[in-house]
Design a protein around this ligand. Structure first.
Ligand SMILES: *Cc1c(COP(=O)(O)O)cnc(C)c1O
Length: 434
């Protein structure tokens, strides 16, 4: 035990960790019911009662809206398509600026582009990694129309400060809640804190339908427009009598009856899954925070964190070893990751590279070769996505942040103890890494 596994010593653990797999009897029964009906989707892309989908889709939407205490829930086939609907619904036009986070999954920043909108990056909070209200405020111009906030890692954005800024400047707030379904700020659920919220039901999230998403809003008009964009708007606006034709080119973003049935069964499991993630993180927090140089990330006052991943801050000045070396050594103490069905270590350093550093933004090439919308008549002043744009995000990515997913049930205390042992061992023998 005195030699680190990365240097050829014996590792702390060889046995894989249990997989996060909560598709079970309930989902199978729900799917079979749909299979027996023979109706796997009931949408029609024309003005008809079935424009809004079949029985399972509608029941799922009703249950989602009830659970999250919101007026409208609109099922879509991904969070990506949901964000696209949201951007279209609020009427983003070519050249409109939308303030986005660089520290998220890519679509949180690319969504405005589908309508010619210009993503403008604001930096994140050092403590909670969501958009920093001060930075947001400094990015507002006459062209700003909206802010896409992200409830990163499982806790809500600073809705009090950012919603206030949005009201002052007449901006829409779109909330990307892919990582925080069930987190709360005060009495309100994340996802319902802005004007429109979007959840993901992809395979990696707290609950899933394989692929899927849900858009929520209390605003009747926005809900109507999202439903239109979801399902071939252009084909129905005439008969439906829709007057506002802005962004009424529709798509097929429809969730199937099978997915909706799975979603209904999954929603019933959400609360329990969150509780056990929180219990496990609480235990890890207590033990891992004893290691000098490793700091548990804070939870926003008044908020609950539901741990899509658990973030930590690393201080190389205290350990004397870089984050990447340290975490690399921890990984070597634990079994390597394989498939979702039998998992190994689930630790990652830095999260995503700040999104403005992606080739899309660096080259400013999105649709065709002209540079639209970045270099076009709609964006005369041009826009820059230089390195250094969001220093906190860059620092987190390069040096300070790491995160893990070991808290996912059904891990046991014993599993978590192995993780803790791996960290402790690497800390104790960190001199071997120098
Ligand atoms: C997963 C994720 C998405 C995308 O969700 P899909 O359903 O795969 O489109 C968007 N934003 C964030 C923050 C995510 O974590």
């Amino acid at each position: 035990m005195s030699q680190l596994a990365i240097n050829g010593g014996k590792s702390v653990r060889k046995k894989l960790f249990p997989a996060y797999k909560f598709i079970g009897r309930e989902e199978k029964a729900a799917v079979n019911k749909v299979m027996d009906s023979g109706i796997l989707s009931r949408y029609l892309g024309c003005w008809h009662d079935d424009f809004y989908g079949g029985l399972e889709v509608r029941a799922f939407e009703k249950e989602w809206a009830d659970y999250f205490k919101v007026k409208h829930a609109i099922a879509v086939n991904s969070c990506t398509s949901g964000l696209q609907c949201a951007i279209g619904a609020i009427g983003i036009e070519p050249g409109d600026e939308v303030i986005v986070s660089p520290y998220s999954m890519c679509v949180s920043a690319t969504a405005p582009l589908w309508y010619g909108g210009i993503p403008v990056f604001a930096d994140i909070e050092e403590k909670y990694f969501c958009l920093d209200p001060k930075s947001v405020e400094s990015k507002i111009t006459k062209k700003t129309k909206a802010i896409i906030v992200v409830d990163l890692f499982g806790q809500p954005y600073d809705a009090v400060a950012i919603n206030k800024i949005a009201r002052q400047h007449n901006l829409f707030v779109i909330e990307d809640c892919a990582q925080a379904p069930g987190a709360k700020l005060g009495k309100k659920f994340a996802g319902t804190l802005g004007d429109i919220g979007v959840y993901s039901l992809n395979y990696h999230k707290h609950i899933h339908t394989g692929e899927g998403g849900v858009v929520v809003t209390d605003n009747d008009e926005l809900a109507d427009r999202v439903r239109l964009i979801r399902n071939h708007a252009e084909a129905v606006v005439e008969e439906k009598g829709t007057k506002n034709l802005v962004n009424m080119v529709g798509f097929n973003f429809r969730l199937t009856e099978i997915q909706a049935a799975i979603g209904r069964a999954q929603l019933k499991k959400l609360q329990k899954l969150i509780k056990s993630r929180q219990r496990n993180c609480f235990y890890l927090n207590k033990e891992l925070s004893k290691i000098p140089g490793i700091k548990i990330a804070d939870i926003r006052p008044g908020a609950s964190h539901i741990y899509y991943v658990q973030p930590f801050l690393y201080d190389e000045k205290i350990t004397g070893v870089s984050r990447d070396k340290f975490i690399g050594a921890v990984k070597a103490e634990l079994p390597a990751t394989r498939l979702r069905e039998c998992e190994g270590q689930q630790i990652s350093v830095g999260y995503n590279k700040p999104l403005y550093l992606l080739p899309l933004f660096q080259q400013q090439l999105a649709f065709g070769r002209s540079g639209y919308p970045f270099k076009s008549q709609f964006c005369k002043k041009g826009t820059s996505y230089n390195k250094g744009l969001c220093p906190v995000s860059e620092r987190m990515y390069e040096k300070e942040l790491f995160s893990h997913e070991f808290m996912r049930p059904p891990v046991t205390r014993k599993d978590l103890d192995d993780v803790i042992s791996a960290f402790n061992k690497v800390y104790r023998f960190r001199d071997q890494l120098k």
